[in-house]
Design a binder for this molecule. Structure first.
Ligand SMILES: Cc1ncc(COP(=O)(O)O)c(C=O)c1O
Length: 440
C-alpha cells in the first residue's frame, strides 16, 4: 500500500516511466501477463524432478515430447524466452533488405527483425485497426495486402511470413483458422515459410472454438494441432501460454535451418537440450503447456478479461472491442482528445492510473511504436494510442478486478484535466523500457 502523495514522488523519481518503478510500490501489477502468473501444484511437483544434466536431460526429453505432441514440429529448440527464439530465427533467415510480413509484430519481434537490417511489415485487416469494430477475428492478416507485399518486394526478399496468435499489439485479438489457411495457400504458391508467434496459442484456439463455425465440438488441442499443421515452425514465449515464469522455444520442420539455429543457440543461449534454461524450467513449461489446454481454465481466463472490459465500457471508457484474451486495451486517443498524439495520451493515462490507484499498466502507442526518422528527427505517431491492462494468469480474484474498476471510475471523472508529456531521454531500440519523461 502506498498513498497518492507517496506515489506522486515515486513516479517523478522514476522519470514518469512505469518500468522504472519497484514492484513493492505497485498495488496491482497489470504491466504484463508475461511470466507473472502463478504456477500450479503440478508444475511445482515437476520442478522437483528437474534433471540438470548438461546434455540430453530427461527434463528436455519430456519438454520436447510435449511440444512435439501439441505443436507437431520436427525440431524443438529451447530458449530462455520468446525474444531469444526471435533473434535466432531472424538472424538465420533474414539479411539486410529482407521483408517480414506479420499481422502485427510484437515490439521485440519488430526490433529483432529490424536489428538484422530487415523491414517488419504489419498487414492486419482494416477491422483490426478500428477500435470499435466487433469483427470476431480482428487479428487476421489482410490477404490482399499479403499478395501485394509479395509482388512489391519480390519473393526472394521475403524469407518468411509470421502470424502472431493472438495479436498482442493489435489488442490480443484472435486469428481465425480460415485466415491461417488462406495465408498458407498464398505463401505455398511462392514457397515462403510460415512461422507462428505462438505466445498465446491456447487463448487463440479458445476464441476459434467460441467463434468459428465448425470448431464448436473440437478440443482446444485439436484446434492447436490443426493450426500448427499449416506452419513451418514457430517462436514461443512460454511465459504466456506456457504458464511458466521463464522459458521459450523455437520450432522448425526444416533440417538445415534447424542446424543453423542450433549453432547460433550454442553461441548465445546454451546447448540445444537446455537453451539457457534449467532442467526444472523445462519441466514447468512441459506441464504448463498441457494445463493451458484445459477448457475450463481458458473459460475463466477469457471471462475475467471480458468482465473487466464490460465494466470499463459501462463507465464510458472507450476500449478496444471486443476485449481480447489476456488484456483490456483502453483507447486513450478517444478518452483524452485534449492531448496531442506526440504528447503521448497513453503514457499520460498510464501515469494517472498509477498515481490514483497504485495500478501499473503499460502504454502501447506512440511511446512504444512511434517512429523517429533518424535523419530528420521527425516523429510519426503510432496508429493507436492504447493503455493495456494485462491480467497475469491464475493470479487475481474478482475483488482485485473490482478495485481496478473503481479506480478507473475515479479517473473517468477527472479525465479532462489530464495533460501530455514529452520525452527527455530515449534509446534507438525499444525506447519505452527506459525512456524518461517530463510533464508538459
Ligand atoms: C506476441 C508476443 N511475441 C513475443 C513476445 C516476446 O516474448 P518474451 O517476453 O518471452 O521475450 C511477447 C512478449 O510479451 C509477445 O506478447
Amino acid at each position: 500500500m502506498t498513498t497518492e502523495s507517496e506515489r506522486n514522488l515515486i513516479i517523478k523519481k522514476a522519470h514518469y516511466n512505469l518500468f522504472k518503478i519497484n514492484a513493492q510500490d505497485v498495488l496491482i501489477d497489470l504491466l504484463t501477463d508475461s511470466g507473472t502468473g502463478a504456477l500450479s501444484s503440478e508444475q511445482w511437483a515437476a520442478i522437483m524432478r528437474g534433471d540438470e544434466s548438461y546434455a540430453g536431460s530427461q527434463s528436455f526429453q519430456r519438454f520436447e515430447s510435449v511440444v512435439q505432441d501439441i505443436f507437431g514440429f520436427k525440431h524443438v529448440i529451447p530458449t530462455h524466452q520468446g525474444r531469444a527464439a526471435e533473434r535466432i530465427l531472424f538472424s538465420v533467415m533474414c539479411k539486410k533488405g529482407s521483408v517480414v510480413p506479420n499481422n502485427t509484430h510484437f515490439d521485440t519481434t519488430r526490433a529483432n527483425v529490424e536489428y538484422t537490417g530487415s523491414k517488419a511489415l504489419d498487414i492486419v485487416i482494416d477491422e483490426g485497426r478500428d477500435p470499435n469494430s466487433l469483427y470476431p477475428f480482428k487479428g487476421n492478416m489482410d490477404i490482399e495486402k499479403l499478395k501485394e507485399t509479395i509482388k512489391k518486394y519480390g519473393v526472394k526478399n521475403i524469407p518468411l511470413c509470421m502470424i502472431t496468435i493472438t495479436n498482442n499489439s493489435g489488442g490480443g485479438q484472435p486469428v481465425s483458422m480460415e485466415n491461417v489457411k488462406n495465408v498458407k495457400s498464398v505463401l505455398s504458391e511462392f514457397d515462403i515459410p510460415l512461422y507462428f508467434d505462438a505466445a498465446r496459442f491456447a487463448e487463440n484456439a479458445y476464441f476459434i472454438k467460441e467463434r468459428e463455425r465448425g470448431y464448436e465440438n473440437r478440443s482446444i488441442k485439436e484446434i492447436v494441432q490443426e493450426m500448427m499443421s499449416y506452419g513451418d515452425g514457430c517462436t514461443m514465449s512460454a511465459k504466456k501460454d506456457g504458464l511458466a515464469n521463464i522459458g521459450g522455444f523455437l520450432c522448425t520442420n526444416d533440417d538445415l535451418t534447424a542446424q543453423h539455429q542450433k549453432d547460433l543457440l550454442i553461441l548465445t543461449e546454451g546447448f540445444p537440450t537446455y537453451g539457457g534454461l534449467a532442467g526444472r524450467d523445462l519441466e514447468a513449461v512441459a506441464v504448463g503447456l498441457q494445463e493451458v489446454l484445459d477448457e475450463s481454465y481458458l473459460h475463466y481466463r477469457v471471462s475475467e478479461t471480458r468482465y473487466l472490459g464490460e465494466h470499463l465500457t459501462d463507465i464510458g471508457i472507450p476500449i478496444l472491442l471486443p476485449p481480447g484474451g489476456h488484456a483490456v486495451y483502453i483507447d486513450a486517443k478517444t478518452l483524452l482528445p485534449q492531448i496531442p498524439l506526440l504528447q503521448y495520451p497513453g503514457q499520460s493515462l498510464a501515469i494517472e492510473i498509477y498515481r490514483v490507484g497504485g495500478i501499473r499498466t503499460v502504454e502501447i502507442g506512440s511511446v512504444m511504436f512511434g517512429e523517429v526518422n533518424s535523419e530528420t528527427g521527425i516523429e510519426t505517431p503510432s496508429d493507436m494510442e492504447l493503455v493495456r491492462l494485462t491480467l497475469p494468469r491464475r493470479t487475481h480474484t474478482q475483488s482485485h478486478i473490482d478495485y481496478v474498476i473503481e479506480v478507473m471510475r475515479d479517473i473517468y471523472q477527472s479525465k479532462d484535466e489530464l495533460e501530455g508529456y514529452k520525452i527527455t531521454k530515449q534509446t534507438a531500440f525499444l525506447r519505452h523500457f527506459s525512456a524518461e519523461f517530463t510533464p508538459i
